[in-house]
Design a binder for this molecule. Structure first.
Ligand code: URA
Length: 248
């Protein structure tokens, strides 16, 4: 993924909206109302350019704001949209984001069109690459609803020692927790195409619903309705970078 860092001398309104502080219209209104200070001075022109390096202190209503070089979002992906920024046939996850943010992030990995739950989008290409790479073995946890016989201790053992898929692919050890009839929690460390569906199929069952609940240190925020997103907190962002040994 292309690294989407700030352009040189980006406009103040773009900085603010791209940092998740409001839509372009909202931040322009704030600026014109004299509520934004740059290096202690009220700035009323939304087109004021800020230097790319050594960003000055920016305040809104006297409170310092954090201008982000990269933004990171947690999206509650709904069913019916594809994990892509554009697609000729289907709605995409990008359609759920405001235009100010859309150009600054890309999804990390993918969820199938019918799969819901936690999708991370980031503007940091290095972070995205590491999180998606099997080398870093980032955990992904799914709530799996399935058709077929209840999962047994023998299934737990097979998943934990490395299941073999129908095409002969050997999966990495995975943690299966049976949760009653037709329901299990599955944690995997890899992300091949249809990974969970294929694993469940190889066990003689079929997935009827799949929700990603966790990815690395992130847990799907229960307050996010399907289709809603929020910026990661500083704590979540730091934990994410630490997971793949990057400095934040
Ligand atoms: N496994 C799948 O089968 N589908 C997904 O979308 C994610 C994991």
């Amino acid at each position: 993924m292309r690294d989407r860092c700030y352009n040189r001398n980006m406009r103040l309104d773009r900085h603010l909206s791209a940092s998740g502080l409001g839509t372009r219209t909202q931040v322009r209104d704030l600026i014109r109302a004299g509520r934004v200070r740059v290096a202690g001075v009220v700035v009323r022109d939304p087109g004021t350019r800020l230097p790319d390096r050594d960003l000055p202190l920016v305040e809104i209503d006297g409170a310092e704001v954090s201008l982000r070089r990269h933004i990171h979002l947690m999206l509650h992906k709904p069913a019916g949209c594809v994990t892509a920024m554009e697609d000729p046939r289907h709605p995409t996850v990008a359609d759920l984001l405001p235009t100010e943010i859309r150009g600054r992030v890309a999804p990390v990995g993918r969820l199938d069109i019918d799969v819901t739950g936690l999708l991370l989008l980031t503007g940091d290409g290095v972070l995205a690459h590491r999180l998606a790479s099997p080398k870093w073995e980032v955990d992904k946890t799914y709530r799996v609803t399935y058709d077929g016989p209840d999962m047994t201790d023998a299934d737990v053992e097979v998943f934990s020692s490395g299941l073999t898929l129908a095409d002969g692919t050997l999966c990495r050890p995975a943690r299966l927790v049976p949760c009653g009839p037709g329901l299990a929690i599955l944690t995997i460390h890899e992300g091949r195409f249809h990974q969970v569906k294929n694993m469940i199929r190889a066990s003689g069952r079929s997935v009827t619903a799949l929700v990603r609940e966790r990815m690395g240190p992130l847990t799907l925020d229960e307050s996010l309705a399907p289709g809603a997103y929020r910026l990661l907190t500083e704590k979540e962002t730091a934990a994410l970078y630490a997971t793949v040994s990057l400095n934040h």
